[in-house]
Write a protein that binds this ligand. Sequence first.
Ligand code: NAP
Length: 283
Amino acid sequence: MKIFGIFGDPIEHSLSPVMQNEALRALGIDARYHAFRVARTGLKDAIRGAAAMGFGGLNLTIPLKEKALELDFLRADERAMAIGAVNTISFENDSNQGNRIRGHNTDGWGALLALQDAKVRVDGRRVLLIGAGGAARAVAHTLEKEGAEISIANRSLPRAHELATSVGGMGYCLCDLEKLVLQADIIINATSVGMREDDARLFDGRLLKRHQAVFDIVYNRDTELLRDARAAGAVAIDGVMMLVYQGAKALEIWTGKRAPVDVMERAVREGLEERLARSGKEP
Ligand code: NAP
C-alpha cells in the first residue's frame, strides 16, 4: 500500500486527508493519505524520510511552503520558483539518478479552475487581488499568465508593490480598496480575513455590483464578503473548489490519473458540515 501525506503545523484541521482518501478510494488505488505535524526545523528530515520510505507524494501547508525552496535536494519547477512556494512534492524513481524530489505549486491551478468552474473568464479582465501572501502569489502568477490585468492591495504596502511588480500590475494599500472595488471586474480575497466570525470586513460590501465576480479563497465558512456579493447579485465563489482543484492537480501529478473532482468536493463539503455540527452552529 502506498502512503501519501500532508506536512504542516498546525495540521489537525486539514481537510486534505478526507478529500484525498475519498479520491484514492474512488480511483481504486491501494493507498492512504495521512496528515503529519512537521515543524519548519523538521522539514528536511521529514521529506528525506518520506522519500526513503517510498511515499507516493506529499503536500505542504503553513508554515512549510516557502521553506521547501531552501532545501538543496528539492528541484522546484518553474511555476513554484516564480511563486516562491511549494505545496506539492513528487518522488521520481530514476534508475540512473536515484530518487528525485520535485517541488510543484498547484494553488494557482486550483484558483483558475475554480473561476472557470463558475464560468468566470479572466483574459483581459480587471482583477483586484487583495493579499500578497503565499496564496495570493500563486493566484497572481497564474492569472497573469491567463491575460488578467491585476491590481494588488495588501495591508503591508511593500509586499503589495513587490508582488505587483512581478506580475506587471500596480500595488496599493488597503486604504485604496473602495476606489479599486468600483473599477474591478473580478475581486479576489486572498487574505486570511474572513476565516473568523469576528473579522472586520475589508471594505463596504454595498459597493459591489451585479456585473462583478467575487472569489473568496477562504473555505472554512460562508464569509461576510460572499454574503455581500450575493446580496449585490454578483457571482460569489467560495474557496472550496480551489482547495479541491489544487488537490486534484496534486493527485494527477502523483498518479497520472484524472482526479474524481465531484467525489473530492463532496468529501470537503461534508467535512465542513461535520465540523460545523460539532461546533453547534447552523451551516
Ligand atoms: P499568508 O502567506 O500568511 O498571507 C496572509 C495574507 O493575509 C497577507 O497578505 C496578510 O497581509 C493578510 N492579512 C492577514 N491578516 C490580515 C488582516 N487582519 N487584515 C488585512 N490583511 C491581513 O497566508 P496564505 O497561505 O496566503 O493564506 C491566505 C488565506 O488563503 C488563508 O485564509 C488560507 O486558508 C487561504 N487559502 C486557501 C486555499 C484554497 O485552496 N482555497 C489555498 C491556500 C490558502 P500582510 O502581508 O500585510 O501580512
